[in-house]
Design a protein around this ligand. Structure first.
Ligand code: ADP
Length: 508
């Protein structure tokens, strides 16, 4: 498998997909033109050039997709496809994704920018691991029997699907996020409308044909492309969608919750932003901790919700750790995703580049010190590249420290004692993830229990697994994806009471 290639060496299947004309909407297992006739371009962030024309779904298209998903839910999908049948389809889909992994990874790198090695060896294998893990749950979704205090009553619960699920996902792990939602939604017996991010729709659109090939009945999976307005907002406000599963920014998550409340009280699960603290104690394996801290924030150019973007170092080793971090970071190669040497790919859009630059400029003005990086890279063509940037700071109230930048920017600070550390680590509105590096395992557990975060890594960072629940505390959202919890997120409980009393006395 070659990881250094030029775009001229793309697989024929990738080229054919890109060259096959404007991409339409996927409804009822078929491709349909958007009712408005409008299209938008998906750009390659490494070059700023358009990759494909993409259909823009409006309210009428959302209505059509919801009608398809509702009909599938009421019809074939819930009547004829029992748990084992659903699992078989999901396993088939996983096999097809594996068979098309090179093309899907190429599309991911073109559309999102991430290094091809990461798309192919990271995202793609994890996509199918996740799908297979979820499929395994299909025939294990059990209810319970309930010992009530009434006599002669047999009471049991069933876990039933919710109905039509809409999933709105971001651009940083396009296919993976699609599967995080598709897997449990279909495993549990729901039907799905997926809206990929407008910046990265290609892998989801390629997936659509694999869904049809796997044999899912029409309407079970529908894919609508378009921006937040009108497409995402129309899904959030729709009266006949039963659940909305969202991954993205906290600001949009709040809007979705509001739209859900104002429409039909559809269930909402939100996996939102983060500003995760990564702590290095003086007793840690310092080289490993520094490496861990480096990758926790700079892999994916900081464009991931669990990025360890606040680094707390115990004062006794602060200078040593900061020097080591700077040394490693300055060796990181920023380049386009198919380059021979690339650690950090491009920033997703020009607008996001400007946002990152704004945080850097304001941070400097407010007194934070740049240790490394801090500028856009201009000599890589017309793409959007930014240097991995390290700031040293003391003031926790800086926007640079409080807000999610979603770029290659780390904020490093020294701490002196435990209470200060816990207070400062918990001082943002977020609570998605946290890391801690120490050889004192009791201290590691203690920190894990006191930090307000949905996931904590002790002596590691960033591992996410289909079996391990994942989600946020505080304004990082609610609902747990992965593990058994993800089935709970896509089902509802029905309690059934059965009167077992029988009058066996003989008639007079
Ligand atoms: P990011 O910072 O990752 O771009 P966003 O929260 O802006 O995160 O976008 C995540 C997803 O939410 C995308 O698919 C986007 O189109 C969608 N989105 C943006 N605004 C809205 C909205 N008002 N209603 C519904 N979905 C939206």
């Amino acid at each position: 498998m070659a990881f250094n290639m030029s775009e001229a060496e793309l697989k024929d299947s990738t080229r054919a997909f890109l060259d096959s004309g404007p991409k339409q909407l996927f409804i009822n297992n078929g491709w349909v033109a958007p009712q408005s006739g409008e299209y938008f371009a998906s750009l390659n962030p490494a070059s700023g050039k358009p990759l494909a024309e993409i259909a823009l779904a409006n309210e009428a298209d959302v209505d059509a997709a919801v009608a398809a998903a509702r009909a599938a839910f009421k019809g074939h999908w819930s009547q004829k496809f029992l748990a084992g049948d659903r699992a078989a389809l999901l396993f088939k889909l996983a096999d097809l994704i594996d068979a098309h992994a090179d093309t899907l990874a190429e599309l991911e790198t073109l559309d999102n920018g991430k290094p091809y090695r990461v798309s192919r060896k990271g995202d793609l294998p994890y996509v199918t691991k996740h799908l297979r893990y979820q499929a395994g749950w299909a025939d294990k979704i059990e209810g319970s029997t309930v010992p009530v205090t009434f006599p002669n009553q047999f009471v049991y619960t069933r876990r039933e699907p919710l109905g039509v699920v809409a999933a709105i996902i971001p651009w940083n792990f396009p296919l993976l996020m699609a599967i995080w939602k598709l897997g449990p939604a279909l495993t549990a017996g729901n039907t799905l409308i997926l809206k990929p991010a407008e910046q990265t729709p290609l892998s989801a659109l390629y997936l659509a044909d694999l869904v049809a090939e796997a044999g899912f009945p029409p309407g079970v999976v529908n894919i609508l492309t378009g921006p937040g307005l009108p497409t995402g907002a129309a899904l959030a406000a729709h009266m006949d969608i039963d659940k909305l599963a969202f991954t993205g920014s906290t600001a949009v998550g709040a809007k979705i919750m509001e739209a859900a409340a104002r429409s039909n009280l559809k269930r909402v699960s939100l996996e939102l932003g983060g500003k995760s603290p990564n702590v290095i104690f003086a007793d840690a394996d310092i080289p490993a901790a520094v490496r861990g801290a480096q990758w926790a924030v700079f892999s994916t150019a900081g464009q991931e919700c669990v990025a360890g973007s606040r680094i707390f170092v115990e004062r006794a080793i602060y200078n040593e750790a900061l020097d080591a971090l700077k040394g490693h970071v300055e060796k990181m190669q920023v380049n386009h995703g198919f380059a021979e040497k690339v650690h950090v790919g491009p920033i997703i859009t020009e607008a996001q580049m400007k946002r990152i630059q704004g945080y850097v400029t304001d941070g400097q003005k407010a007194g934070a010190e740049i240790i490394s990086g801090g500028a856009a890279i201009k000599d890589l063509g017309d793409g959007y590249f930014f240097e991995p940037t390290i700031f040293a700071y003391q003031d926790d109230s800086l926007p640079l420290v409080q807000e999610e930048i979603f770029g290659p920017v780390a904020a490093v600070t020294a701490f002196d004692d435990w209470d200060e550390l816990i207070q400062r680590a918990n001082s943002t509105m977020y609570g998605l993830a946290a890391g801690v590096w120490t050889r004192d395992i009791a201290k590691g557990h203690n920190y894990a229990h006191q930090v307000q975060a949905g996931t904590v890594w002790i002596n590691g960072y960033g591992m996410i697994d289909p079996a391990a629940p994942f989600g946020g505390y505080k304004m990082s959202g609610f609902g747990r994806e992965m593990g058994k919890e993800s089935i709970e997120l896509y089902t509802q409980v029905k309690t059934v009471w059965v009167n077992t009393y029988q009058d066996t006395s003989k008639p007079e």
